[in-house]
Design a protein around this ligand. Structure first.
Ligand code: SF4
Length: 176
């Protein structure tokens, strides 16, 4: 699948923005991974999509290193003010819904592709971790769990990350 085809698919599925990812600039950073260990989201050690269940940084870096193509896909919401939690949640929901569909379509064309989401897997109401994952073929780690500094990936790829005052943007990517 070409990057242009993937960008067209992202547009079809409703993402606000889609941009080629510069795979040559990917850096898997311990400091990002350490933020997961601080467990501010409460998912550390509680999901197969998060550390340590998603694999070591070295394993993820090795896996990602074999891909030549990548795409960044984003959903941006316009908030009424800085405390517009409703828009934040709705934009996150839309991004998850779109990305789940996008990853499915990408896997049909590129079965070995590597989708990385925004945040922990929410396919099940409660993650089975540490018991076996219920949908190992569908679950995916978050970009942060892989040690990726999302705003830097966007910058290095020439993609946007900040889209103006009182906007909220969720970012995911796929490598293939
Ligand atoms: S599919 Fe279910 S069991 Fe697997 S990581 Fe996601 S929430 Fe956890």
């Amino acid at each position: 699948m070409t990057v242009q085809e993937a960008i067209a698919l992202a547009g079809e599925l409703g993402f606000t923005h889609a941009h080629e990812l510069n795979t040559g600039k990917l850096e898997f950073l311990q400091e990002v991974r350490k933020m997961c260990e601080e467990n501010r989201c409460g998912k550390y050690g509680r999901s197969w999509s998060c550390p340590p269940g998603c694999g070591t940084l070295e394993e993820l870096e090795k896996k990602a290193g074999k891909y030549a193509r990548g795409i960044i896909v984003q959903s941006t919401g316009q908030m009424e003010d800085d405390f517009d939690v409703e828009t934040m949640q709705e934009t996150e929901r839309l991004q998850k819904e779109r990305f789940f569909a996008f990853a499915e379509r990408m896997r049909e064309r590129e079965p070995d592709c590597f989708p990385m989401a925004a945040g922990s897997c929410t396919l099940c109401e409660s993650c089975a971790y540490p018991n076996p994952c219920r949908f190992p073929e569908k679950q995916m780690p978050s970009m942060e769990a892989c040690g990726l500094f999302v705003s830097k990936i966007c910058e290095d790829s020439g993609a946007g990350y900040y889209y103006g005052p009182q906007t909220i943007t969720f970012t995911c990517c796929v490598l293939w």
